[in-house]
Design a protein around this ligand. Structure first.
Ligand code: TMP
Length: 228
């Protein structure tokens, strides 16, 4: 049960990892556990999370936009993020809620900075300029071999594709792209070790869930927000 004082501050938890790493499942399990423990939880995702953001997401993932240059991609991801921050994330943090975001600026660093080779410095600079110093309290990195992640994501997308649900532009990259993205995430986990928890996502979902819960409880305990 959270204390009143601890509730006022709010927590930002971000989930990161390659496509197919299991973020969606783990986020919904974490949100349920937190709600059971009486926390108010906002779950949101990027790109998307708002009406404007969902429209930007469609442009970003549309396979017909195969001539989009990396910098345009970066600016669109940030456009979606700024909208989400102002419309949803900041107000929820101000209300003292636990905000769980499916991808945040570290995705842009990993995918565009390392994957598209724009370098991490530009993205970090843009984050500072555009996102006003918002930093996650905790980042869960669901780490997976690129081969495994790609196989899982391809399977999922084929499935959804038949139903005409999902557009795939970011999923059509060669394996080396995902290897660079994973290496980028590993660099981030070292650089921001104080907020990163790297979890082996090849384990059964229940084991991943337990590791995520342990990390989140650790964060809340440190903030004095858990009463036993
Ligand atoms: P999702 O499937 O996890 O919602 O993410 C959509 C795709 O967008 C995924 O392939 C990762 C990619 N992406 C980036 O390349 N840069 C970013 O900044 C974000 C947030 C996502």
């Amino acid at each position: 049960m959270p204390t009143t004082e601890a509730r006022r501050r709010g927590w930002l938890i971000t989930f990161e990892g390659l496509d197919g790493c299991g973020k969606t499942t783990q986020i919904s399990r974490l949100a349920s556990r937190l709600r059971q423990a009486d926390y108010v939880v906002l779950v949101t995702s990027e790109p998307g999370g708002t009406t404007v953001g969902e429209q930007i997401r469609r442009i970003l993932l549309d396979v017909t936009n195969n001539n989009m240059v990396p910098l345009t991609e970066v600016l669109l991801y940030f456009a979606s993020r700024v909208q989400n921050l102002e419309e949803c994330i900041r107000p929820a943090l101000a209300r003292g809620e636990v905000v769980i975001v499916d991808r945040f600026t570290d995705s842009t660093i990993a995918y565009q900075g390392y994957g598209r080779r724009l370098g991490p410095a530009l993205i970090e600079r843009l984050h500072e300029l555009l996102c006003g110093g918002v930093q996650p309290d905790l980042t869960i990195l669901l780490d997976l071999e690129p081969e495994v992640a790609l196989a899982r994501a391809t399977h999922r997308n084929q499935h959804l594709d038949d139903a005409g649900q999902r557009q795939l532009r970011m999923d059509l990259q060669p394996l080396e792209f995902y290897a660079r993205v994973r290496a980028g995430y590993q660099e981030l986990a070292k650089k921001y070790s104080w907020r990163y928890r790297l979890i082996d996502a090849s384990q059964p979902p229940e084991h991943v869930e337990a590791a995520v819960w342990q990390a989140v409880r650790g964060m809340l305990e440190q903030a004095g927000a858990v009463q036993d």
